[in-house]
Design a protein around this ligand. Sequence first.
Ligand code: NI
Length: 225
Amino acid sequence: MILNIPELLKPSQITQARELLEKAEWIDGKLSAGAQAAQVKNNQEIAKNHSAAQQISQMITAALAANKLFAMAALPSKISPPSFNRYESRQTYGPHIDNAIRPLPGGGLIRGDISATLFLSNPEDYDGGELTVEDTFGTHQIKLPSGHMVIYPASSLHQVKPVTRGVRLASFFWIQSLIRNDGQRTLLFDLELATQGIRQKDPQHPSIMSLVGVYNNLLRQWSEI
Ligand code: NI
């Protein structure tokens, strides 16, 4: 499932994030790429221990914790600390699939089930730079307003098209989900949305209890903690 999570950050938070990122020191993005991805990666990133990165990371982590749509769609068990990238002057990240397993800063590992991109630049401030994600329905070109985030299966082949004008700033990170399988996760999301739809029309509807029961029993069968 490819899903837009609108308005994850408030306009004041986006302004603050951009101000911090504009002052930050950027390094070659190849340094954080695996051998295959490094061949197609041409962008800039902020070192993980940079104070600006840590400050905005905390802001994003708090916004994710408060976002109900994200919780419903991703069913997160672990989230990697948000990282940041910058593309300008025809910089691009060619087709690749993200690494499956990554170390977490405090120790331990995270399996990337879901990839997330949070757009921090206004779409009118740059040309190109679409996030392109392939799935069974074809190719999706994604370029969202600043503060909006897209989540997509980390197993997808994806790329960032060359930025031909202006600067594209974004945050990216990975989610390990309680539900590893994208198809199962999508079914649970659809079931939850359908149940909410009935609840809004008729909070006393007798089917709500059985739908909530089915949701929880599927979650019990499929989840990994
Ligand atoms: Ni990627």
